[in-house]
Design a protein around this ligand. Structure first.
Ligand code: PLP
Length: 385
């Protein structure tokens, strides 16, 4: 049915109507006092969402732009970077670091696994000459649905003295992520995820320790130069022409987040992810991340049942029920499908999605007790955990 599509992918995510209406207005001048007032509110509320006292920079780019903005302001050629890779996006950090001339070492795990803090501790303890300057890591790894224990990993990195540079693209808003409290030195995120607005904006927050490293960077970027952005944030401005309409929409979305409360928003994502996981198991589906403790609250990766293909599941869900779920990426393509529970998602959306998935699997010949998924989902949602 026209205009009924529900995006259950890990971004872009559904956008509230009030945000869409704001974005649809005529653009205003980016040097006007009206826009400066919007920026003042946005910068203040971004600090609330990022739970930080530091300035939050906003770039007109996708999330990868913010990842580049992190490393190109920190790395000099020949610097050693340790990349903790639990999937494609962890690997992206390594590629960006290499593009800046860094010598990159990786700690990698199987798809669906997370970094064992003891392994990191051991590797950093071996670095007696403190050659490792930066450790890159991913909070919620969207390609697998696994989530690292960022709090513990960053405390280990802090003890060693390297900088922790964290991808929070699908975790900020969805999962507790507290840069100041947990000692995350640089954290990035993107707009089309938990922030409930379309793609096109990205965010970065850096602490004093990261600024000291920035000061030693011989060739910081131009478009993403931190100093230029800090100066602008403090003047309720932007260094270049920003995506004014998206920022006006973000202003509305951030107020919605504040009204819900960031802790409540995290809790909603946890409750949805855990209820969905239970529902999927109840209809005899296997999850790529088996341990709930290691699961992202933003995205769940599911193995197709024997004899049923991922393209058939995705095609039927979209054609018959207007629900879009994501395929796996790279080596996981057609081996998993991924359901997002990120951003503007309510209980009704989940109930409809699990019901539609049951109907899809029934059509495709999967053996399960019809209704068991929806029943489990509702039971878990009602527990309110
Ligand atoms: C964890 C993670 N990091 C980075 C990115 C890259 O963001 P973008 O596609 O907006 O450049 C994504 C996008 O899905 C992501 O999920």
């Amino acid at each position: 049915m026209k205009d009924k599509t529900f995006l259950m992918i890990p971004g872009p995510t559904p956008v509230p109507e009030s945000v869409l209406l704001e974005i649809a207005k005529h653009p205003i001048g980016h040097r006007s006092s009206e826009f400066s007032s919007i920026l003042e509110e946005v910068y203040t509320n971004l600090k609330y969402v990022f739970q930080t006292e530091n300035d939050v920079f906003m770039f007109t780019s996708s999330g990868t732009g913010a990842m580049c903005a992190a490393l190109e302001n920190l790395i000099n050629e020949g610097d050693k970077v340790l990349s903790l890779v639990i999937g494609n996006f962890g690997n992206r950090w390594a590629k960006i670091a290499e593009s800046r001339g860094a010598i990159v070492e990786k700690i990698e795990v199987e798809a669906g696994d997370v970094i064992n803090p003891e392994v990191l501790k051991k590797r950093l303890a071996e670095d007696v000459n403190k050659e490792i300057k930066i450790v890159t890591l991913t909070h919620s790894e969207t390609s697998t649905g696994a989530a690292n224990d960022i709090k513990t990993l960053c405390s280990i990195i802090k003890e060693h003295g390297a900088l922790s540079v964290v991808d929070g693209v699908t975790s900020v808003c969805a999962m507790p992520c507290k840069p100041d409290e947990w000692g995350i030195d640089v954290l990035v995120s993107g707009s089309q995820k938990g922030f409930m607005i379309p793609p096109g904006l990205a965010f970065l927050v850096a602490n004093e320790k990261a600024w000291k490293v920035y000061e030693q960077c011989k060739h910081p970027g131009f478009y993403f130069d931190w100093a230029a952005h800090r100066k602008s944030v403090r003047a309720n401005s932007t260094p270049f022409t920003p995506a004014v309409n998206l920022i006006a929409g973000l202003n509305v979305a951030l107020k919605m987040i504040k009204e819900e409360g960031i802790d409540n928003m995290n809790a909603r994502h946890r409750r949805h992810a855990m209820a969905l996981r239970a529902a999927l198991r109840a209809i005899n589906l296997k999850l790529l991340v088996e341990n709930d403790e290691n699961a992202s609250y933003a995205i769940t990766s599911i193995l197709p049942p024997d004899g049923i293909t991922v393209p058939d599941i995705r095609k039927t869900l979209q054609k018959d029920y207007d629900i879009v779920v994501a395929n796996g990426q790279n080596q996981l393509k057609d081996r998993i499908f991924r359901m997002g529970t990120l951003g503007f998602v309510c209980d009704r959306d989940l109930i409809a999605s699990v019901g539609a998935l049951e109907a899809t699997l029934l059509k495709l010949g999967h053996k399960f007790e019809l209704g068991a998924g929806v029943k489990t989902l509702i039971t878990e949602l009602n527990k309110g955990n």
